[in-house]
Design a protein around this ligand. Structure first.
Ligand code: X8Z
Ligand code: ZN
Length: 654
């Protein structure tokens, strides 16, 4: 959580702590009289730096120890921070239209657009907003689905329900897990509706049309352009997605005869992932050439874990009671999670980046604690802008969590690199950059790299092995693209009022159908609030960043491969161990948000433009193969017409 993280994502990200002394009403007495804009920004940076550790600490506690008390403290600290933000924004008005240095103008703009949760000026509404935000995130973190009664009651949280989708191919078990998780979001609907009213009021107070406009303003281009820009990128990659969709559908139809698709769309509960954003878990159904060598990373990680656990159990050398065994299991899980994180760190270190500080290993949350609710959704935290960096995850030994650690460490190395910038510039060049760093490393986790670290066996060469390895990446990266787009298409519509509360769920599934070609197998009317079952909605984290990151990471990857002097086909490049690539990467990271992202991008890639050409270059062999596989199929899908909203027959209020 860097400043913008905090501001922006307030709940996920840290928060800026406000010390009590700053909370005095802005009587302007503390503001130097003839302050220039440059001096103002210097002061804001100082105040921000001073208040930041307290806010992140409150957020950290409420994320890793969800109770009413921790939520209260987090909401209060947010309230103080957002009040301070309102004060700064008020003070900044003095400089409108005045001469100032370009970095100061940039910093003032960053201050304005820095929050994804624009606070209303009315203090009561602001306090209400922070309470709702903290509550929603807490509800997500503590979400539990219970079946049965009395002694037979069985309660499961997200991690266990995800395991069902990951491993269990039984149609009904998957449906039950999917439905169960979505049931936890129903009670968020009213809170979310109010949340939208409040942030929109905050946005209007700041001179924007609605909260979505603020979200779209962070890209060094007019906010009206980011929609068309992302449409342009999506149109570049859509043919590839369509082919992958068609292939997956055929395989699902043969696995679940008569139930493998819904009018040509993919059934939401059968994609191996709660939100259908990553299809890697369907490897058993979708592997192109089962005899072309194994890429079973999950299997390898599990095996390592089980071997370590056995060794630890044997070492105890006593008959353990249930509690004793649980202790050992917990210790083995923690040791395995740390091993996975060390492996990820090793990649960054191989590029010449520093080791993470000792405090990282002491303070991070690696696995799910047994005694309390936490927000398991992975996140990376900069606690104090000077080295106290942490990750918060509930790591299990599987491929998805393994690559997520590499993703999270990308955030931390970005934080560490730009810590020397003034706080307002301690952010990604844009938010997509922040999300793309670790993912760029993930692209370099080729089969040869995985072999070199002992996670897969000796790899076969040749066409079949290549297609397998491409499929592995595509199930994570290509499947994600339309999901990366649809979430904010929904939220932009919610914020600008074109999607009304009475249509929240219908509109959600319309967009899922349009972009992803995914559908629920049963009606999901307005009695549900399915968007709330995806972390970033109750957590209020903008999502366009991930779509951009999934394009950008291929551009970064290609440039780093070039920097490393690599000459072969793009998809076989790993720059592991290459210090020249590492230096180039670091040079980009340490700029933070100090200049427009286009400039930062040009320094790394030679181009100022977002471009999906490297995605297509990377996946060219797979796309060709998919075309052949899909020959004779009628690919594509029709978006079902929305059902008309039920008429409101309530009599008008007297
Ligand atoms: O939320 C995340 C990261 C933390 S920034 C784990 N991601 C998105 C998601 O899980 O929905 C990474 C990819 C997309
Ligand atoms: Zn991330």
């Amino acid at each position: 959580m860097t400043y913008r993280h905090l501001l922006l994502a307030l709940s996920v990200a840290g928060v800026l702590a406000l010390s009590a002394c700053k909370r005095e009403p802005s009587t302007d007495t503390a503001i130097p009289k003839d302050e220039t804009a440059d001096q103002f920004i210097e002061r804001v940076n100082g105040e921000l730096r001073a208040m930041y550790p307290e806010i992140t600490a409150a957020q950290w506690i409420s994320n890793t120890y969800i109770t009413d008390d921790s939520k209260l403290i987090a909401a209060k600290s947010n309230e103080r921070f957002l009040t301070q933000l309102n004060d700064w924004l008020e003070q900044a008005k003095r400089f409108e239209g005045k001469e100032m240095s370009p970095p100061t103008a940039r910093a003032i703009n960053l201050l304005k657009i820095g929050t994804s949760m624009p606070p209303p000026q009315d203090p009561e509404k602001l306090a209400e907003l922070t309470r709702i935000a903290t509550d929603m995130e807490g509800m997500y973190g503590a979400g539990t689905y219970c079946t049965g009664e009395g002694d037979a009651e069985n309660c499961r949280q997200l991690g266990e329900l995800e395991d069902v989708l990951r491993n269990d191919r039984d149609y009904d078990d998957q449906l039950d897990a999917w439905r169960g998780w979505h049931s936890i979001a129903k009670p968020m609907r009213d809170k979310y509706t109010r949340f939208v009213e409040l942030v929109n009021e905050g946005a209007r107070d700041m001179g924007y049309a609605d909260a979505g406009e603020i979200w779209r303003s962070g890209y060094d281009m007019p906010p009206t352009q980011i929609g068309p820009e992302t449409d342009r990128l999506w149109n570049q990659v859509k043919p590839l997605y369509d082919q992958l969709h068609c292939y997956a559908r055929t395989r699902l139809e043969s696995k679940y005869p008569g139930e493998g698709s819904v009018d040509g769309l993919l059934p939401a509960h059968l994609m191996g992932n709660m939100w259908q954003q990553d299809w890697s878990n369907l490897w058993d159904l979708l592997e192109p050439y089962p005899n072309a060598g194994s890429l079973d990373i999950t299997g390898a990680l599990k095996k390592q874990y089980e071997a370590d656990l056995n060794e630890m159990l044997v070492k105890q050398n006593v008959m353990l009671d249930t509690d004793g065994r649980a202790e050992v299991v917990h210790a083995a899980q923690l040791a395995m999670a740390k091993k996975m994180a060390e492996r990820a760190q090793d990649f960054y270190v191989s590029l010449g980046m520093p080791k993470l500080p000792a405090s990282y290993w002491e303070n991070s949350q690696f696995i799910k604690p047994r005694d309390r609710d936490v927000v398991c959704h992975a996140s990376a935290w900069d606690m104090n802008m000077k080295g106290d960096v942490r990750t918060k995850m509930c790591i299990k030994p599987n491929e998805e969590d393994f690559t997520t650690i590499y993703h999270e460490l990308g955030h931390l190395y970005y934080d560490l690199a730009y810590n020397k910038q003034p706080p307002l510039f301690q952010a990604g060049a844009n938010d997509g950059f922040h999300e793309a760093i670790g993912d760029t490393i993930v692209l370099a986790m080729t089969p040869s790299y995985l072999h070199s670290v002992g996670l897969v066996g000796e790899q076969q060469q040749g066409h079949d092995a290549l297609i397998n390895s491409q499929m592995r990446m595509a199930l994570a990266k290509v499947a994600f693209l339309p999901f990366g787009l649809m979430i904010d298409r929904w939220r932009w519509g919610v914020f600008d009022g074109s999607i009304k509360p009475s249509d929240y769920n219908t509109a959600w599934w319309q967009l899922k159908a349009k972009y992803q070609g995914v559908a629920p197998v049963e009606a999901r009317g307005e009695e549900f609030f399915d968007p709330g079952a995806k972390y970033h909605v109750p957590g209020n984290t903008p999502y366009t960043r991930y779509f951009l990151a999934h394009i950008l990471q291929f551009q970064f990857y290609k440039s780093l491969c070039d920097a490393a002097g690599y000459k072969g086909p793009l998809n076989e490049c790993s720059f592991y161990g290459n210090k020249v690539a590492g230096q180039k990467f670091w040079a980009m990271l340490d700029k933070g948000a100090s200049q427009p992202w286009q400039k930062t991008m040009k320094e790394l890639t030679g181009s100022e433009k977002l471009d999906a050409a490297p995605v297509l270059e990377y996946f060219a062999p797979l796309q060709e193969w998919l075309k052949q596989q899909n020959e004779g199929q009628s690919c594509g899908w029709q978006v079902p017409a929305p059902k008309p909203a039920p008429r409101e027959d309530k009599p008008a209020a007297a």
